[in-house]
Design a protein around this ligand. Structure first.
Ligand code: ZN
Length: 466
């Protein structure tokens, strides 16, 4: 995510760790227990769920921009990771009409943002099943602890900006909405003729019938729910294939087209530059969604096809493209480690600038280090934001990039870029955390880096020496 508009912090509502989180942990064979209502992340305790892994989402969305009404079916292929008497999905608002497991209607209930599904018979650990949820209504975005809108964000011109970091996926589909679970996706969106719906991955099919057009998208690599999109607008679209054979699909709001074009045209060069530094581009599609949504206040690295709230600047495009390696392909297990996304994407901007006539990364580091102790840069450690209201604050971005520059200066260029490439390849399509990054850095460099990371990643305040 980039360029979040600063907003006053809202107080975080403390959510007690539910006793149910503990129930079912370590259950072997024996009794079936309810899946936990959260994935166990202290920053967002109710995001995600316990006891299930969603292998695949098949989303079928029919949206009418003038009425804002969504009529949808979500077909989830799920594996039980414990013996389940019931399990939860995350869903905010909307009306659930029915829930079926392997074709049979089952009981369900709603409470807050939790949809609890109770099968007629327990689901054994390891069992794979389909849960099909039919639902409808006018989706409403949520506000994150830092005050920014998140999810299905309807615009004054009836277009829809869909970006879901960290918790907005639940505003438009029943989901296991925590980055620790990744899934493949088929997203089909039907809109009135003249509108375009854009999701992740490749456009598989586009068909018109009775005044409506269906866009069928497929993301065939694992994706966290927060990186899914189904943005809708009266877009100008453009499709081409890069020299390296990558299909690009751009969708741009007409009001932004002239300003966006010179920046979007740089995408193949940015992908080539970053592939040289980080290893091969991880996905089979690319592109951009540019909307006219100035009140949103941010861009997001939606997988394969980042979304921008206005014509992006080149540094923002460089940032969101770098996230395809760092965040999208290699994904967090907990939100505390957000610097692994934002510090890396910010450092990619530094690298691009240095290569294109700007200051060196060492100069950027020195400029940031010169900021006074009172600057927001030093307000909390990059590796420990403390709560969900601070994950998009300044330290995970700028100080996260400083951690990487410090690492580079400590281990040298050869080992530093070997670390970045090994990080992207060893964890491609998977998950990793800060401890794994520190271990990899030590392994490749052969150096003890504990003090460096303790100071720059986890230390409070401004380090005494640069
Ligand atoms: Zn970012």
């Amino acid at each position: 995510m980039a360029s979040k508009i600063a907003r006053p912090l809202l107080a975080l509502v403390a959510t007690p760790v539910l006793a149910a989180l503990l129930v079912g942990a370590g259950t072997q064979g024996g009794a079936a227990t309810p899946g936990a209502p959260g994935a166990g992340d202290p920053y967002f305790p109710n995001s995600g769920n316990g006891g299930i892994h969603v292998v695949h989402y098949g989303l079928d969305l029919d949206y009418t921009p003038t009425t804002k009404n969504l009529v949808a079916t979500a077909d989830l292929t799920v594996t039980a990771t414990q013996k389940l008497s019931s399990f939860n999905l995350d869903l905010s608002g909307l009306t659930v009409d029915s829930v079926r497991i392997d074709g049979r209607r089952v009981a369900f209930s709603r409470a807050g943002n939790e949809l609890t599904v109770t099968p007629s018979r327990a689901l054994d650990k390891g069992r794979r099943f389909h849960v099909v949820v039919t639902y409808s209504g006018v989706p409403a975005h949520v506000y994150d602890p830092d005050g920014s809108p998140d999810g299905w964000i309807i615009q004054p011109d009836d277009s829809v900006f869909v970006a879901s970091e960290p918790q907005g996926a639940m505003t438009w589909f029943p989901s296991n909405s925590h980055p620790s679970d990744k899934s493949t996706y088929d997203v089909e969106v039907t809109v009135p003729d003249g509108w375009t719906a854009v999701s992740n991955g490749r456009l598989r099919d586009r068909r018109s019938r009775d005044g409506k057009t269906t866009f069928a998208w497929r993301e065939s690599q694992p994706m966290a729910a927060y990186l899914a999109t189904a943005s809708i607008g009266r877009f100008q679209t453009e499709q081409y294939t890069t020299r390296s054979g990558l299909p690009v699909y751009n969708a741009v709001a007409p009001s932004q087209a002239a300003a966006a074009k010179p920046v979007l045209d740089q995408l193949p060069a940015v992908i080539e530059f970053e592939s040289r530094l980080f290893g091969r581009y991880p996905f089979d599609a690319a592109g951009s969604i540019v909307q006219d949504a100035p009140d949103v206040g941010y861009a997001l690295e939606t997988q394969t096809r980042p979304i921008y709230d206005r014509a992006p600047r080149l540094d923002t495009l460089v940032h969101e493209t770098a996230h395809q390696w760092f965040g999208d392909s290699v994904t967090l297990t907990k939100w505390q480690d957000i610097w692994l996304n934002e510090g890396f994407a910010t450092y990619a901007e530094w690298l691009w600038d240095a290569e294109h006539g700007g200051p060196s990364t060492a100069q950027k580091f020195a400029t940031d280090y010169a900021l006074p102790e009172t600057d927001a840069l030093w307000s909390f450690p990059a590796g420990d934001p403390g709560d969900g209201g601070h994950i998009f604050g300044k330290p995970p971005y700028a100080r996260g990039a400083m951690v990487l520059e410090k690492l580079r200066q400590t281990v040298g260029d050869r080992d530093f870029f070997a670390i970045l490439r090994a990080w992207a390849s060893e964890h491609r399509y998977g998950h990793a955390d800060s401890a794994a990054f520190i271990a990899l850095s030590k392994h490749i460099s052969g150096k003890n880096l504990d003090a460096m990371f303790a100071t720059w990643l986890y230390g409070r305040g401004k380090p005494a020496t640069p």
